[in-house]
Design a protein around this ligand. Structure first.
Ligand code: SF4
Length: 937
């Protein structure tokens, strides 16, 4: 049901849902199920379900919820006519943004085929810093694409993670890890979820994790506790960086221009300074070993230093004492943790008798592991300084020698990928043409300024300003900028906004109060500034109220779905895995899966991927598309990797198999390919794995993926900011910003929000967490789960609450520089005194999700997003409250003050939403579900 994608078995009696259990034979959750998963039965019968396509009533205001039912044919015709016109004139005027979409490979394909650059899912709001910071450093990331090997780790350090992403597998792994006697340290401002069972909780001030990680790195280097051999061979620590400030190559890696780069896309002609010959040599020349420290001069006179020397110099200033003042963690604790990490990695090594061959032809008799594992998520990511924080974490993990090794971090297919991955967007406005697919992907991985998606003046082509000089590495887009930018017409107005499963009028946005006004705002011509909004969702929500057209989606129990290798598979450490959902009950009312909506629209619009050569419709429906679609004609690669080939006897590659769905259904809905043991570790540099990955077309090239302790990619952008890059240059107003933040080495800066808010007036950091029993806002309609979280409190350390004169359980004001709200206080020792926090998305607009208008969610619950601004006044301009590198929303950066409230009740208050046509009235009685029947009593 949620992004964890556990396997479930659903039991029916007389066609009615009776019981949901975890599938014990599913590799991901092995039968474990959470509260959300087992309560799916109530989601199915929720009064918030939308049941038919709806059109806003003529003359009614957006947000008023006045709709009339229409047929699917009318809905499709309306969209077809509108989108056809846009596609034939200016495809940019159509924007498609999705929330926790589990089929981004299809929604991305649709957008690309339509020809619009304006597509992204929710990653820019969620954890893009986690993906980008890790992938730009080690070629892989946490969660779907890699994770901690707790089966063999001795020390596990978790940062900024609540109980959310990768939920059940991590719970299973942590419980087994603890039973084996492993030590678990949780670094988090709040002690909830996994942290509650940690052996040590290290409270930290939000947004300061980068300072801690830099100090830990400093200490590891100062104490000589890094894995020298690993750093020398597998990272670019030994590669020589040009340090002549006047050289046009300043800050880039020195290369031997006469040597074969092997692959110009990822050249391999960098230099080491060899310890044996005391001279320069090509990296990985047989019988050489690089200096990691030193200052050298190449024969032609260029000054160079090993990247590791520069890293050591950089972190030298970041002492534990310095970090103590920023993080609130005592310097002695930081030293102790660094020592524990370093000593555990060094002295408790694991050796597995698995022979493997590296990319340079060396044969290794065994695989070595340094058993220190880490995990991190949104708590590190959702800050405007998060990219460098996450990059520092990846560097720390590399210095400990833990990458794709037993007991450390391990990749999951299709990762590792090249740094950065090869996928690219178009590079200019000419990539968007009427009636043509986009000339590239809507989302990509820039390697240099030449890869940005900007016009000749360096201005953005995308509505969210993704891949522009404002946020060059915005690899997941910036969903949180879309409504504001479209409303303002900056960089241009759009015509149609199609939103799937994203509550962008509530918890999936910052500056909620103003954004809701923008959705309803009209220009001088009397027309809405965003002329047409279509929303597809299974449930009535705060966002659906603002739609002009509502498309009722199915639930996860009513449709086919794929967890695809082209998107976010469920791969394991030992090999690729993907999975499917098959429907167990028919759709309610006229509900239709969004997948079918895209296939239908793609066919009607004659988008090439959905159309035969004779212009006829190519796919009957979504299941047919999944079986027959190939990435290129005859490629043998489709959305599913299992049971391919005409008879289903091939895997990974193979012709379409008409019985593929049945074969998945007969096999627990999972395909799992186990790699030979010798391919399961050291994959960045494992020749066998790389050749296999190339054969399977998981990787385009088989080059080793050297870890980027020093990021030459960032340096290319910095040179452009400094006016020294021979190619594209940023607009003048952004030069200093690019030069500052695109530092090839990690550095610490306070989040942008902290740079503009007065710390005396707003002394507290305020953050949210996703509750373990609810999946964002979706589960507030679930009668069983509402009994766990009916409303939220602001959790405040007792010392902080008492100093502010606020009683436990009392009403209080929370005020940021951008707004204020009233809520209930709950004292908690499980939060450090400088932080307040709450569960996310429990508070609701009255009547939303078809809850009674006076439901606790509306009358006691609150949404912290009201206090967070989507833009900040910086250097005389409005600047997106996002990471300057990736565009990650800085929504965990807000600063607040608290004081007692004399009045009771939530504020701000919003108008009451009414049920839409086709929905039941909000039940006034208890909703029970007994023997397969829904009962109100
Ligand atoms: S974690 Fe998500 S996918 Fe797994 S059982 Fe819970 S709701 Fe279902």
């Amino acid at each position: 049901m949620c992004a964890c994608r556990c396997g479930i078995r659903v039991h029916l009696r007389d066609g009615e849902l009776r019981y949901i259990e975890g599938n014990p034979e599913h590799p991901l959750n092995r039968g474990v199920i959470c509260a959300k998963g087992s309560s799916g039965i109530m989601k199915q019968v929720s009064p918030a379900r939308l049941t038919r396509p709806l059109k806003r009533k003529q003359g009614s205001e957006r947000g008023a919820g006045e709709f009339e039912a229409i047929s699917w044919e009318e809905a499709f015709s309306l969209l077809e006519e509108r989108l056809k016109k846009i596609r034939s004139t200016n495809p940019k005027k159509f924007a498609l943004f999705t929330g926790r979409d589990q089929m981004q490979a299809l929604s991305g394909l649709f957008a690309r085929q339509f020809g619009t650059p304006n597509y992204a899912a929710h990653g820019g709001f969620c954890s893009v810093n986690m993906a980008a910071g890790m992938i730009y450093t080690i070629g892989g990331s946490f969660w779907e694409f890699g994770g901690p090997d707790l089966e063999r780790a001795r020390l596990f350090v978790m940062l900024g993670t609540a109980e959310d992403h990768h939920s059940n597998p991590l719970k299973i792994a942590i419980s087994e890890f603890k039973r084996r006697g492993g030590r678990f340290v949780s670094i988090n401002p709040v002690r909830t979820g996994y942290s509650a069972i940690a052996d040590e909780w290290v409270p930290i001030r939000p947004g300061t994790d980068g300072a801690l990680l830099l100090a830990l790195t400093n200490e590891l280097i100062a104490q000589g506790l890094y894995d020298r051999e690993f750093v020398a061979r597998y990272t670019n620590g030994g590669q020589l960086v040009v340090t002549d400030p006047h050289s046009p190559q300043h800050g880039l890696l020195a290369t031997d221009e006469d040597a074969d780069p092997v692959n110009p896309a990822y050249p391999q002609n960098q230099l080491w300074w060899d310890r044996h010959s005391n001279g320069p040599c090509l990296t990985h020349t047989p019988d050489t070993d690089p200096f990691l420290f030193g200052d050298f001069t190449l024969p032609e006179g260029t000054h160079v230093r090993p990247a590791f020397q520069l890293l050591a110099e950089r972190v030298a200033e970041y002492t534990p004492e310095w970090a103590e003042g920023i993080t609130g963690i005592p310097a002695a604790t930081i030293r102790r943790l660094a020592h524990e990490m370093g000593v555990t990695a060094r002295d408790e090594k694991i050796e597995l008798p698995i022979a493997w061959t590296d990319c340079w032809g060396h044969e290794h008799a065994s695989v070595i592991g340094n058993p220190v594992a880490f995990h991190a998520m949104r708590g590190l990511a959702a800050h405007s300084n998060g990219f460098h924080t996450v990059r520092t974490l990846a560097i720390l993990m590399s210095l400990l020698g833990t990458i794709d090794r037993p007991g450390g971090f391990r990749h999951k297919a299709p990762f590792p990928r090249g740094i950065p991955p090869a996928a690219k967007t178009p590079t200019g406005p000419e990539g968007v043409q009427p009636n043509k697919p986009l000339a590239g992907l809507a989302l990509g991985w820039p390697a240099s300024p030449e890869d940005l998606f900007v016009d000749d003046d360096g201005e953005p082509v995308r509505i969210d300003k993704g891949f522009s000089w404002e946020h060059p590495l915005s690899v997941h887009g910036l969903m949180h900028n879309v409504i504001t930018n479209a409303w303002r017409g900056d960089p241009y107005p759009i015509d149609t906004l199609l939103i799937f499963m994203a509550n962008m009028a509530w918890n999936s946005t910052m500056n909620t109060v103003e954004v809701r006004k923008m959705l309803n705002d009209r220009g001088a011509d009397g027309e809405y500034r965003i002329p047409f909004i279509a929303v597809c969702d299974a449930f009535q929500s705060e966002m659906t109220a603002f739609a002009d057209l509502v498309l009722p989606d199915t639930t996860y129990l009513e449709r086919h779905d794929v967890m695809s290798m082209l998107d976010r598979p469920i791969s394991e450490f030992d090999g690729p895995a993907d999975s499917v959902r098959v429907p167990v009950v028919p759709p309610l009312g006229e509900c239709k899966p969004f997948q079918e909506v895209l296939i239908e629209l793609g066919s009607r619009l004659r988008l090439p991927a959905f159309t035969n050569k004779d212009n006829s419709r190519k796919y009957k429906d979504y299941p047919d598309f999944i079986v027959r679609h190939e990435t290129e004609p005859g490629s043998g690669i489709g959305f599913l990797a299992g049971w391919r080939g005409e008879d289903g006897d091939k895997s990974m590659l193979g012709e379409p198999n008409p019985k593929q769905w049945d074969m998945y259904a007969q096999n627990n809905c999972v395909f799992h390919y186990t790699l030979p043991h010798s391919y399961q570790y050291m994959r960045n540099w494992n020749r066998g794995y790389m050749e296999w990955a190339q054969r399977m077309r998981i990787r385009r090239w088989g080059d080793p993926v050297i870890i980027h302790l020093y990021s030459e990619v960032l340096q290319r952008f910095r040179l452009a900011g400094e006016g020294k890059w021979p190619g594209r240059q940023p607009p003048e107003r952004l030069r200093a910003r690019v030069a500052t933040y695109f530092d090839p080495l990690p550095f610490y800066y306070a989040p942008l929000e902290a740079q503009v808010s007065d710390p005396e007036k707003y002394p507290l950091a305020a953050i949210t967490q996703r509750p373990m029993a609810m999946y964002h806002s979706w589960d507030s309609q679930n009668a069983w789960l509402r009994q766990i979280h009916g409303h939220n409190y602001l959790f405040v350390n007792p010392r902080t609450a008492r100093a502010a004169g606020i009683a436990d359980g009392g009403w209080m004001w929370v005020e940021s520089p951008w707004g204020k709200l009233r809520c209930l206080c709950r004292e908690s020792e499980a939060v450090e005194p400088g932080t307040v926090w709450t569960w996310n998305a429990i508070g609701k607009q009255p009547g939303a999700w078809n809850l009674a208008p006076d439901a606790n969610e509306a009358r006691k619950g609150f949404l912290l997003n009201h206090l967070i601004s989507d833009e900040l006044p910086l250097e005389g301009a409005r600047v997106s409250n996002s990471d300057p590198i990736t565009g990650q929303a800085g929504w965990y950066d807000v600063r607040v003050r608290i004081y007692p409230a004399e009045e009771t009740g939530v504020w701000p208050d919003f108008r009451v939403m009414k049920p839409f046509s086709g929905m039941r009235k909000a039940p006034l009685k208890w909703l029970a579900y007994v023997a397969g029947r829904r009962i109100e009593r």
